[in-house]
Design a protein around this ligand. Structure first.
Ligand code: 2P0
Length: 324
C-alpha cells in the first residue's frame, strides 16, 4: 500500500543541544518548539516485493548514498516493528532549504515516520510516532504535533519516555516567525557533529546543562500566561547560550555570518523603538525573528533592508502531521 504524509518543521525556542545516546537520539536536555506552517515535507512511501533496495528521491532527484543510508537505517526500525523485510520507495518533496539552519530533518523524519507506518498498515498513536520519528532525527519528534511542543528528554535507556507533548495547539496563540535568510548554503558542521563536539570538548557545556531546565520552566510559564515579552526574552537568552557553548568547543564552532549580526542589531533597534521582536538562531547562520502578527509587516520591512539578508519568509504556528 502507498501512503503520503505531510509534516511541518519546527523552530526550537528552548534548544536541543546534546545527546546522551547517539543510536537512539536521546537528548541531554528537554526542549520546546513551535511548529511552523511555512516549511514542510510531503513524503510518499510504498513498500514492494519488486524492489531490491530502498530508493529515495528528494525534490525529484535521486539522493546521495549518505542520505539513503540514513533513511534505510530508519526504515529498518519500521520494518522491525511491522515484521516485514520488503524494501521501500520513498519520494519526498521538501520546501525547506536543506542544511541552512532550518530544521529540514525535523519535517523529513516526521513525515517519513507517518507515511512509512501508514503504508504498512500500522496504527501508531502520536506518542508512538513521536518516539519513532525521534530515531531518525531528534527534533522530528516535536513535528508530530502542532503549536507549542515540549520534547521531554525522559530517563529511560530505551527512550520510550523521550517524546513530544503538545502544550498549546496552533490556533491558541497567534504569533509570527520571520525567517531572515542570510545564507542558503549547506553548513560546514552538521548539527549532529556540532552537538557531539560541544558535549565532548566545551567547558561551557556544564553551564548549559545547569541552566537549561530553568529556561524551560520560564518559557512554559510565559506560554501559560501568553506573556510575549517574557517568551521572547527567554528564547533569546537560550539561543545565545547555546551558541556560547559552541564557541568554547575545540575546534570552536561559529555558524554565524555577517548578516546574522546585522539581523540581531536590527532586532535590538526595533525593540529600542518600541516594537517587541526577539530572535533565535539554530545551527546555522539564518535568524528567526518572533513578533506579534500586528507588527509583522513593519518587522519584515526592517529585516529586508539589512545587508546580507537574501529574503524573509513569514510563518505562523502550524499543525502537526497530516495524511494526504
Ligand atoms: C533544535 N537543533 O532544538 C536544535 C537547536 C539545532 C539547534 O535539533 O542529530 O537535525 O538529527 O538529532 O534534530 C538540529 O538537530 O539533529 C536541532 P539530530 P537535528 O531544533
Amino acid at each position: 500500500m502507498k501512503a503520503t504524509a505531510r509534516a511541518n518543521t519546527n523552530i526550537a525556542l528552548i534548544k536541543y543541544w546534546g545527546k546522551r545516546d547517539e543510536e537512539l537520539f536521546l537528548p541531554t536536555n528537554s526542549s520546546l518548539s513551535l511548529t511552523l506552517d511555512g516549511f514542510y515535507t510531503t513524503t510518499t512511501v510504498e513498500f514492494s516485493k519488486e524492489l531490491i533496495n530502498d530508493e529515495l528521491i528528494i525534490n525529484g532527484v535521486r539522493s546521495s548514498d549518505k542520505e539513503l543510508l540514513r533513511v534505510s537505517r530508519f526504515l529498518n526500525i519500521v520494518r522491525r516493528i511491522a515484521e516485514v523485510d520488503t524494501y521501500a520507495s520513498v519520494i519526498s518533496e521538501n520546501n525547506v532549504p536543506i542544511a541552512a539552519g532550518f530544521a529540514s530533518s525535523a519535517s523529513a523524519f516526521a513525515a517519513l515516520a507517518a507515511a512509512s507506518t501508514k503504508s504498512l498498515g500500522l496504527e501508531l498513536s502520536k506518542d508512538e510516532l513521536s518516539i519513532l520519528a525521534r530515531q531518525g532525527s531528534g527534533s522530528a519528534c516535536r513535528s508530530i504535533y502542532g503549536g507549542f511542543v515540549e520534547w521531554k528528554m525522559g530517563k529511560r535507556d530505551d527512550g520510550k519516555d523521550s517524546k513530544g507533548k503538545q502544550l498549546l495547539s496552533e490556533d491558541k496563540w497567534g504569533l509570527t516567525v520571520l525567517s531572515a535568510v542570510v545564507s542558503s548554503e549547506r553548513k560546514k558542521v552538521s548539527s549532529s557533529e556540532g552537538m557531539k563536539r560541544t558535549v565532548e570538548t566545551s567547558p561551557f557545556y556544564k553551564g548549559w546543562l545547569d541552566t537549561v531546565h530553568d529556561d524551560l520552566l520560564d518559557i512554559k510559564a510565559a506560554i501559560k500566561k501568553r506573556d510575549f515579552i517574557y517568551l521572547g526574552e527567554v528564547m533569546e537568552r537560550n539561543a545565545l547560550k547555546m551558541h556560547g557553548t559552541m564557541l568554547g568547543a575545540r575546534p570552536p564552532i561559529l555558524y554565524w555570518e555577517s548578516g546574522t549580526i546585522e539581523v540581531i542589531s536590527c532586532v535590538y533597534k526595533l525593540r529600542n523603538s518600541g516594537i517587541p521582536a526577539f530572535f533565535t538562531i539554530d545551527a546555522g547562520a539564518n535568524v528567526k525573528v518572533l513578533c506579534l502578527p500586528e507588527e509583522e509587516y513593519k518587522v519584515r520591512e526592517a529585516l529586508m533592508e539589512q545587508k546580507g539578508v537574501e529574503r524573509v519568509i513569514t510563518c505562523h504556528p502550524g499543525r502537526g502531521i497530516t495524511y494526504l
